[in-house]
Design a protein around this ligand. Structure first.
Ligand code: NDP
Length: 450
């Protein structure tokens, strides 16, 4: 095979047309991996890179359901079973109107390396639908989830493929999906993670991605003698990851200045404290309202995205945690981040920075943690949920939090050790890609051409 990234990417693009986010994710990994290929001729002989970009299986299915007015609705469901070299497929389900095959392939591809970094035995997968839970009644969400699971149940299982939540799939959706799986299989098993602790879920799973992101940032900051305490933070999003990222920043003595949703962002210079955050959690998780309502209650400013504004232009902060969605930070926003004196960017979302944005951030010497390392705490705690389910046991909050914290430290040290080994100190993108890749690639080699 050619060792040139551009030649490799031409093949990937020709084989996977019209999937730009998948191309973007593959290119970023290929740029890290191909330079070390000369030291590993066994990978190129076994065509590991060509095999790793090819999903082991793609499931695509019709999801018909009936809305509250009696109308038949039709959505499309997907599950990408990307790689099972180191364990059963594991990765979330996303329900959002922007979902396409290409987006889920990008997320499944990222998941393979992320899961490898967690130190737990989990392969990579991702799934979801173009269904939009926003504005739907609970009954409609249940009808959709039941229809979705009435096909997906054939393909998943606690030792085969274990989905979890992602954008648009929280505790409510996991409950409806689990109920339908249990009915169809007549089996109570750990087939989904993110369950309620009342029926098999792990404590700390809701908090895990956000907490883990801040634990990773702490490790990164410590390499420069810094800490979270006393620092102002920009956080985007106000969903699961953003909420618990904010909670951990506050617990560690930092001040959260911004949070957002897809319509706009709030700026509270006094800081979003625990009481204000509890209100945001209720607004988003129970009332399913808009972040703009915050300023009516607590003051501060609201910026509307339709005016070309975003949270990334807000000054006076030194930490940035993008926790909303892919490609939410572009080059101009990255320039503002650098110019405003941010010292560390730690990604809670998957691929939230465009390639130009992260290149600008990295080349200006900021600490930069790619999501596949810094947001791996969620799937790691899903792995801990699987372990508890398999052993018919429950661990305390403290036990799970300690394990999560140790996993995040281990991911950080895998990144830094790998960077040192290959002379790329400080390049967490390289460290995460290469450390994640090596374990999967060696496992694929050991298992032969399958
Ligand atoms: P949620 O659905 O709980 O929250 C998503 C948040 O992002 C909401 O505030 C949403 O706003 C906002 N958002 C969605 N799309 C856009 C957009 N196009 N522009 C601006 N804001 C947007 O999802 P999660 O918190 O679970 O996921 C957030 C990110 O974290 C995703 O990238 C996900 O893949 C990643 N992730 C999640 C994990 C988890 O455990 N949940 C694990 C690892 C990564 P609105 O309310 O308007 O839709």
């Amino acid at each position: 095979m050619s060792h040139s990234v551009s030649a490799f990417m031409e093949q990937v693009k020709a084989k996977n047309p019209a999937e730009p986010t998948f191309h973007q994710a593959v290119q970023e990994v290929a740029e890290s991996i191909l330079p070390i290929y000369d030291q590993h001729p066994e990978f190129s002989q076994a065509r590991i890179l060509e095999r790793i970009v090819e999903p082991e299986r793609v499931l695509m299915f019709r999801v018909p359901w009936v809305d509250d007015s009696g109308n038949v609705q039709v959505n499309r469901g997907y599950r990408i079973e990307m790689n099972s070299a180191i364990g059963p497929y594991k990765g979330g389900l996303r329900f959002h109107p922007s979902v396409t095959l290409g987006i889920l392939k990008f997320l499944a591809f990222e998941q393979v390396f992320k899961n490898s970094l967690t130190t737990l035995p989990m392969g990579g997968g991702k799934g979801g639908s173009d269904f939009d839970p926003k504005g739907k009644s609970d009954n409609e969400v249940m009808a959709f989830c039941q229809a979705f699971m009435s096909e997906l149940f054939r393909h998943i299982g606690p030792r085969t493929d274990v989905p979890a939540g992602d954008i648009g799939v929280g505790g409510r959706e996991i409950g409806y999906l689990f109920g339908m799986y249990k009915k169809l299989r007549n089996e109570f098993s750990g087939v989904l993670t993110g369950k309620s602790p009342d029926w098999g879920g792990s404590l700390i799973r809701p908090e895990a991605t956000g907490y883990g992101n801040v634990y990773f940032a702490q490790e990164m900051l410590a390499t420069k003698g810094h800490e979270v305490k006393g620092r102002n933070a920009l956080i985007s999003g106000s969903g699961n990851v953003a909420q618990y990222c904010a909670e951990k920043v506050i617990q560690l003595g930092g001040k959260v200045i911004t949070m957002s949703d897809s319509d706009g962002f709030i700026v509270d210079r006094d800081g979003i404290n625990e009481e204000k955050l509890a209100w945001i959690m209720e607004l988003k998780n129970e009332k399913r309202g808009r972040i703009s309502e915050y300023t009516e209650k607590f003051g501060g400013e609201y910026g509307d995205r339709s005016n070309g504004k975003s949270e990334w232009y807000v000054d006076g902060c030194t930490l940035a945690f993008p926790c909303a969605t892919q490609n939410e930070v572009d080059l101009n926003e990255a320039k503002a981040i650098v110019a405003n004196g941010i010292i560390a960017v730690s990604e809670g979302a998957n691929m939230p920075c465009t390639p130009e944005a992260f290149a600008h951030i990295q080349s200006n010497g900021l600490l930069y943690a790619p999501g596949k390392a810094s947001n791996a705490g969620g799937v790691a705690t899903s792995g801990l949920e699987m372990a508890q389910n398999a052993a018919f046991t429950y661990w305390t909050r403290e036990e799970v939090d300690l394990k999560l914290h140790n996993i995040m430290k281990s991911i950080h040290s895998q990144c830094t050790t790998t960077c040192r080994k290959y002379g790329k100190e400080g390049d967490y993108v390289f460290g995460a890609n290469v450390a994640g890749f090596l374990k999967v690639a060696n496992s694929m080699l050991a298992q032969g051409v399958v």
